[in-house]
Design a binder for this molecule. Structure first.
Ligand code: ISE
Length: 340
């Protein structure tokens, strides 16, 4: 850390999310700076580093972690590259914010879980940013208060206007519904025990080879039923909504994030075009919380256990989707390091 306590962060991966985090750490977050950027594209990463004072460009994460100006690591590379980067950060004893997914599958997530436990302390905050969204935080506070009684069901709608070329049925679970898996566990403080995936007739807008939309149903250990409409080419905008149905009432978030306009006999608001805009505030709060905790020498927020649990639920979801049946989630016993 520099003399006045500014956290030097190495950002690994400069794609859509990585580039946005470079901007955030440079222009928004207080107490941190981008000390290094890493990408396999040497030209691209040099161009980014040249635009940031005191920032070094690397193509190898381990070399960036050895840079004396680097005190922490933000992993925003593609999911399959996360395990190696995480293990290198453990080796360098550096704190990490790892974009979701922790890793693409339960086995690799388990290897990271075991490696972090060997350190004897947490090192990783996983990038499930919806936990920092103000509406989700209010919803959790209300459910935790017990004012509405016990939660019986949760209805979710996760709608993307568009997805990139090459987006597959499996990515619909691993890349998109993974957010509802984590937010369900966090809102209810319960593990997900089984997954079922149902499909209506596909939309005429569905990309080739993709069954869109789909209905994903979670069962939780406390008997709550959670459904997720995942709709990845709805075209009208990016929309994430959740409604908790409780014994004495309901609570819904995600309808309005902007002003409502009455004009010429009509009323209405706006819908964000994509997740980077809709959750900009949540990403800002997530990264600020990570920088603040790291400068205090603490690790807070979603843990490697949360990343492993989400990976295990994703595996069950992908099997349920492929086999057309209800699949139970297989989880190891929660290690002591990750119990509250
Ligand atoms: C994307 O990777 C995200 O993480 C977004 O939050 C999600 O809404 C989108 O469906 C994913 O593809």
């Amino acid at each position: 850390m520099t003399s006045h306590g500014t956290l030097g962060v190495a950002v690994i991966g400069t794609g859509r999310m990585g580039a946005d985090h470079v901007r955030r750490l440079t222009d928004v977050t207080s107490g941190a700076r981008v000390a290094a950027v890493v990408d396999i594209d040497a030209e691209r990463v040099k161009g980014i580093a040249d635009g940031i004072e005191g920032c070094a460009a690397y193509t190898d994460p381990a070399q960036a972690m050895a840079d004396p100006g680097v005190n922490a690591v933000l992993i925003a590379s593609p999911g399959p590259a996360h395990e190696a980067a995480l293990l290198a950060a453990f080796e360098a004893d550096l704190p990490v914010l790892c974009e979701k997914p922790l890793t693409p599958d339960a086995a690799s997530a388990l290897r990271v879980l075991e490696a972090e436990q060997k350190l004897g302390h947490r090192r990783v905050q996983v990038g499930f940013m919806r936990r920092y969204d103000r509406e989700y935080m209010k919803l959790k506070a209300l459910l935790d208060s017990g004012e509405l009684g016990r939660t019986l069901m949760v209805h979710n709608r996760h709608r993307n206007a568009e997805v990139p070329p090459g987006y597959t049925n499996q990515m619909l679970i691993n890349d998109s519904v993974v957010h509802e898996m984590d937010i369900t566990r966090w809102l209810l403080d319960q593990e997900i025990t089984a997954v079922t995936v149902l499909r209506p007739r596909p939309s005429g807008n569905a990309p080739e080879g993709l069954d869109d939309p789909q209905l994903v149903i979670f069962e939780t250990e406390g008997g709550v039923l959670v459904d997720v409409e995942i709709n990845v080419r709805c075209r009208f905008g990016y929309q994430v909504q959740a409604e908790a149905v409780c014994e004495n009432g309901t609570a819904r978030m995600g309808d309005v994030h902007d002003i409502l306009v009455n004009h010429a006999g009509r009323w209405g608001g706006t819908i964000a075009p994509d997740y980077v805009e809709r959750f900009e505030d949540a990403y800002d709060r997530e990264v600020q919380a990570w920088v603040d905790a790291t400068r205090r020498g603490e690790v807070t927020g979603p843990s490697v256990w949360d990343g492993y649990a989400a990976a295990a639920v994703c595996e069950a979801g992908v099997r349920a989707q492929a086999e057309g049946r209800r699949v139970e989630v297989e989880l190891i016993e929660r290690p002591a390091l990750y119990r509250a």
